[in-house]
Design a protein around this ligand. Structure first.
Ligand code: E4P
Length: 214
């Protein structure tokens, strides 16, 4: 499973990248706004730090606006991926952009049908939002499981990015469901490698080591 970081914080990206855990980055307008920095410069800087795909989202809502923005964003770096919202206009834009070889990540996917439409339109990635699906009383992980089966049934190339990941359980269950990628907020990541029994174990070993004659 590939791990993307769901952040535009350059310091966070550099720190976690040093662990060899970062396969890519996803951003959205809310994530970009938190950094209070120029959008283009931020994306370019992230693309220079991380080897893998870096998603940057369009703001336009019409087909023409999205396609124009996407063509521009695609020139910012070789590893940039254009995030397109899951709308009728978004699907048309994805269809045009995939014909031009521009990689897309269809975002705000909340149903199997939406994921299937995005894959059929030519999306490189589809991003179902598990946390937000759970928020409305449905099952986000079930969405991942079902979308995985459907994309496999018809051999679509689109990769599933499990997005809106909020818990360790989300990540573990998405991995079990065969999601290609999970995009994880920087604040959640340390919880994936930390365990109280590991910390207790180290403490006990060090205490016992003090008793060894030296
Ligand atoms: C994915 O690409 C999105 O940026 C992200 O996962 C949204 O997560 P949220 O629901 O926690 O805002």
């Amino acid at each position: 499973m590939d791990f993307y970081l769901d952040t535009a914080n350059v310091e966070e990206i550099k720190r976690i990248n040093r662990l060899g855990l970062v396969d890519g980055i996803t951003t959205n307008p809310s994530i970009i706004a938190k950094e209070n920095k120029d959008f283009k410069e931020t994306i370019k800087e992230i693309c220079s730090i991380v080897d893998g795909p870096v998603s940057a989202e369009v703001i336009g809502q019409t087909v023409d606006e999205m396609v124009e923005e996407a063509r521009d964003i695609a020139t910012w770096a070789p590893n940039v991926v254009v995030k397109i919202p899951m709308t009728e206009e978004g699907l048309e834009a994805v269809n045009i952009l995939s014909g031009e070889g521009i990689k897309t990540n269809v975002t705000l996917v909340f149903s199997v049908a939406q994921g299937l439409m995005a894959a059929k339109a030519g999306a490189t990635y589809v991003s179902p939002f598990v946390g937000r699906v759970d928020d409305i009383g449905e099952d986000g992980i079930e969405l991942i499981q079902n979308l995985k089966v459907v994309l496999k049934n018809y051999n679509y190339d689109a990769k599933i990015i499990t997005a809106s990941v909020r818990t360790i359980g989300h990540l573990e269950k998405a991995a079990r469901a065969g999601a290609d990628i999970a995009t994880i907020p920087g604040s959640l990541l340390p919880k994936l490698w930390k365990h109280p029994l590991t910390d207790n174990g180290i403490e006990k070993f060090l205490a016992d080591w003090e008793k060894v004659p030296k």
